[in-house]
Design a protein. Structure first.
Ligand code: MV4
Length: 453
């Protein structure tokens, strides 16, 4: 097992990794920017090293600074958390060449899954259900017209280097293919330094459902079931749950089986998330794979009782899957996570500053992952996620009641938070009935505006 690891992250996820280290008897080294001197990840780590000024480009994203800290602290491994350097294949490669284990899949797999159209090709070849689409990159706008005819309108043009919806265009009319292709190409080139595009059949009103996987170094890959992530605004998830009301045990088994076989064949190791769209016929189609631990991993932990971050550390150290999991993966009850952001709940404008009052909710079935505290300061430089409120109940109805009361008992004063928005979502009749897809939040917010006007 590792003796000491460096955590190349901040905020709640850095604390989450520290929890796993403490329980496994591993020493944790924090890195921090000048804005994070008083952060809890610095306080709870065994050692902490300041790596630079507040902007991420000069601190948490500065690979030479992170590697130097790892070398000075003499760590065995680096956990990248999510965001920041977590899906940077070059960083993973630099770690390995410096003799430091990168806690994640091999760099080649990070690179493969980062090229969305290559990931699609690899997963399709192995039998993962796929939407009709272009075979590979479309080099010219004229070829895009041919593909749109073959696939059938409406289609969606996507950036191969993409993510977060940038470089994406929906096309409904043939005459729009060329101009929208050119617009997507320019946007992708500007955003990612790579204008490569591919095309897929458009799924109208999709649900976003993702599967959690874990792999060991001996070819064993297991699926831990799905998370329903359709409640999103501008590609930022607001609330996630598990299980999905739309996934039957049979579907969960079938997709899980396909994923373990496919990812084992690709040599996948450590934690990963496979994203699918579900259409109105309840069929699932692969869209992309994330090679990191995700923000919403606690909902899977709550229903499976598997500690995913501990599992990451054990698997990266070479433990076998059967030693990491305590028997077969069982799904019990229902979990919901609300992402609490330091934002105005009506305008979504970030709200940095000092927290004056902080009262965390507790009680049966309630988990709070946060690095926030009373008198603590939320700096303006980073992601606005400040807490993840997660509940488990015996069923979806109990989880919803429990989340509502936990939100009522969560007090944060001094900054704006999205707590009031979550209270309203939990009270929505369509949400409560499980009647929603990725277009839910837009209608929900429009209703709210009308009510106020
Ligand atoms: C799609 C789609 C419909 N059809 N692909 C958006 C981000 C990117 N990761 C994938 N996305 C989508 N891909 C096909 N073929 C609709 C979306 C989409 C979406 C997906 C998941 C969650 C929220 C979304 C919001 C708008 C569009």
């Amino acid at each position: 097992m590792f003796r000491k690891i460096l955590i190349a992250n901040r905020g709640e996820i850095a604390l989450r990794v520290i929890c796993a280290c403490k329980e496994l008897g591993i020493r944790a080294v924090a890195i921090y920017s000048e804005a994070d001197r008083n952060s809890l990840h610095v306080r709870f780590a065994d050692e902490a090293i300041c790596i630079g000024p507040p902007p991420t480009a000069k601190s948490y994203l500065n690979i030479p600074a992170v590697i130097s800290a790892a070398e000075i602290a003499n760590v065995d491994a680096i956990h990248p958390g999510y965001g920041l350097l977590s899906e940077n294949a070059n960083f993973a490669e630099v770690c390995e060449t410096s003799g430091i284990k990168f806690i994640g899949p091999p760099p080649e797999l990070i690179r493969l899954m980062g090229e969305k159209e290559k990931a699609r090709g690899a997963m399709k070849k192995a039998g993962v259900p796929m939407l009709p689409g272009s075979d590979g990159i479309i080099a010219l706008a004229e070829e895009a017209v041919e593909w749109a005819r073959t696939i059938g309108l409406p289609v969606i043009i996507k950036a191969s280097a993409g993510g977060g919806g940038r470089g994406m265009r929906i096309v409904r009319k043939e005459e729009d293919v060329i101009p929208l292709f050119k617009a997507a190409e320019a946007e992708a080139a500007a955003a990612f330094g790579n204008g490569s595009l591919y095309m897929e059949k458009l799924v109208e009103h999709p649900r976003h459902i993702e599967f959690q996987v874990l792999g060991d170094m001996y070819g064993n890959v297991v699926s831990l079931g799905e998370r329903e992530c359709s409640i999103q605004r501008r590609h930022q998830k607001l609330l996630e749950e598990s299980p999905s009301t739309q996934v039957t045990p049979e579907l969960r088994e079938r997709i899980g089986g396909i994923l373990s076989k496919t990812l084992s064949g690709l040599g996948y190791t450590n934690a990963g998330t496979v994203e699918f769209l579900m259409d109105e016929k309840r069929d699932l189609y692969f869209i992309e794979m994330n090679t990191r631990i995700q923000v919403e991993h606690p909902v899977t932990e709550m229903v499976t009782d598997v500690d995913l971050v501990k599992s990451q550390l054990l698997l990266a150290a070479g433990e076998r899957m059967e030693a990491v999991l305590n028997g077969p993966v069982i799904h019990r009850g229902h979990a919901i996570e609300c992402r609490i952001n330091a934002e105005n709940p009506d305008t979504f404008v970030p709200s940095a500053g000092k927290i004056k009052t902080f009262h965390p909710p507790g009680g049966t079935g309630v988990r709070l992952d946060t690095a926030a505290y009373a008198e603590g300061v939320i700096p303006p430089y980073y992601d606005s996620l400040i807490a993840k409120l997660v509940v488990r109940g015996k069923d979806r109805s109990e989880a919803i009641s429990r989340m509502s009361r936990a939100l009522d008992m969560f007090i944060i004063e001094g900054i704006f938070t999205t707590i009031p928005l979550h209270k309203r979502i939990l009270a929505d009749p369509d949400f409560r009935a499980g009647r929603f897809d990725t277009t839910f939040i837009e209608r929900f917010l429009a209703k709210g505006k009308e009510a106020k006007a």
